[in-house]
Design a protein. Sequence first.
Length: 318
Amino acid sequence: MKKSLLTVAIFSASLSMFAQQDPQMSFWMFDKQSFNPAAAGIDKMHCASLFYRDQWDGFDRDPKTTMFNYSGNAMAGKTELGYGVTFFNDVLGQEKNNVFRGQIAPKFDLNGHTLSIGLNFGILNKKLGANWVFIDQGDGSIPTKETAQTAVDVGFGAMIYQPNKYYFGVSAQHLTAPELDDLYFKSARHVYVMGGYEFPLSSSPIVIRTNALVKTDLAATPAIDLNANALYDNMVFGGVSFRPGDAITPMAGFQMMFSDIVNGRTTYQHGIRLGYAYDVTTSEIRNYSSGSHELFVTYCFDIETLPMRIRHNDPRFL
């Protein structure tokens, strides 16, 4: 009962303080496109990713997030075009959120650097259940039946980057600040600023990768996420993230490009990346939760087909 009441208290606080916040992911550096549409297509391959996060394990009805991303890359005339989709389901107590976003991101070469401008369009669906623990029985502000509502959602982002060297991006989500009147809910605009740099160690197969993210709804105190990880031989990585006032997060993962599959003029390239992170909670919630768990897996592929060579019998064309 104590955990149930505490869950309700935390949920109520989240409605007043952080209800507009999008899901928090520890592996955000592998999930940039969900909050910055300019990141769609930056891998120059077709990539599908699945994320799962179990936050504050130990609570009754603790927050759980499932997310799927897909991104691809193509040429539209002479312009490189990234595109993708994001879907996530976020459950926190009586609140359930389903969000779908489609992204498009043209890219421009700037003397070896790439500038990407992205837009995302989608829908936000929020549902509140009716299975409440009442403190004041008969409170008219607490819904007595399940209520859901959907609204259009729009976001914008920009990035400049060099693959395997650095990136910097700024984005904003919920630009239209959609209102769900049936739920007495209004989305706040969110701003994200991210950056990262890679430091190869000379004469070593180790690359040190640093990442930083600042996010704010322009009302609450900005949330900061700092990360450093080491990639060994382009295969195994491990590191730690720090979110002041929230958690310290050790993480580890594996990535690998498989051997090409060649069939005639067609070459199929593919690879995989996966990881696990554990949030060691540093806030007061640590007295009630054993921490948070997060998993992700990404599969990327690309298909290249050599153009057909035209053969001529006339010796003048040989």
